[in-house]
Design a protein around this ligand. Structure first.
Ligand code: SAH
Length: 258
């Protein structure tokens, strides 16, 4: 069959072409026979193929690009543990797909939507054992960003609230085709136990609001009573708040003292 697949910019396609980096990712995935794995962005199936060699129970591969579907179906014909999901990641109903299963999410993510993909995982975090993603290094640095640094943003705090995050390794651009402009990184994010946020939507709004003008002093954003109850100095700036302080602020605001 003629291969009509061409990489496209609009889908953020940069295929991982290094066998070594692929096998690193598979190693980090620690595939077990009972594993259910979801790969976001199958592309031409380079990573998919190596994961399947480890024989997980099921591998769901999500791919949005129709021109890649035939190629993927051909390549994995006869692989009974592989299911291609011909869809946009953002349209997949994971409650329906995964039922009671807890799964590992992975992928060399499309960089234009990597941030939104990671944010979205929080809304079905109870189904996640961990996520292992390839993303831009710049975004990976935000994920592990600490207070008082330029990398400490809404994204850092939102994801650090729900996940323990490890930066596993940097991956230079030359390992991808076509060559991306940026360096990449492999990260692993593991759901924290005993999460106390019962409404992640509300929390997300609270945080994005708080992180508008993160250099501002809190007293210009919030009233003194709220700050006092949360035990936070009104002179502090948003970017100086620890995760614990942010969570206590959220608790106070949630209980209605605005
Ligand atoms: N895993 C492959 C391809 C990575 S490139 C490899 O490493 O070689 C990112 C892939 O994600 C592309 O195949 C692209 O078409 C796909 N993609 C982009 N946006 C998507 C979306 N919203 N939902 C599902 N797949 C998407």
């Amino acid at each position: 069959m003629k291969n009509t697949f061409r990489t496209k910019k609009k889908f953020g396609q940069h295929l991982l072409i290094s066998k070594d980096v692929i096998s690193k990712m598979v190693q980090f995935l620690e595939v077990k026979p009972e594993d259910v794995i979801v790969e976001i962005g199958v592309g031409t199936g380079n990573l998919t193929e190596s994961i399947l060699e480890e024989n997980p129970k099921v591998l769901y591969g999500i791919e949005i690009d129709r021109t890649a579907h035939t190629l993927i179906e051909e390549k994995f014909k006869g692989k009974e543990n592989f299911r291609l999901i011909k869809s946009d990641f953002f349209d997949v109903d994971f409650d329906d797909l995964l039922r009671g299963e807890r799964v590992k999410f992975t992928g060399n993510l499309p960089y234009n939507v990597a941030t939104n993909i990671m944010i979205k995982t929080v809304f079905f975090i109870d189904k996640i054992e961990f996520c292992l993603f390839m993303i831009q290094k710049e975004v990976a640095e935000k994920l592990i960003g600490k207070p008082r640094t330029k990398d400490y943003t809404f994204l850092s705090v939102f994801l650090q609230t729900f996940y323990s995050i490890s930066y596993l390794m940097s991956v230079p651009a030359r390992f991808f085709y076509p060559l991306p402009k940026v360096t990449s990184a492999i990260i692993k994010i593991v759901p924290k136990k005993g999460l106390k946020i019962d409404n992640p939507y509300q929390y997300k709004y609270f945080l994005s609001d708080l992180f508008q003008n993160r250099r501002k002093m809190l007293r210009s954003k919030l009233d003194s009573k709220t700050l006092e109850e949360a035990g936070i100095s009104p002179q502090k700036r948003v970017e100086e708040l620890s995760l614990e302080e942010i969570l206590s602020l959220y608790e106070v605001m949630k209980s209605g003292h605005r």
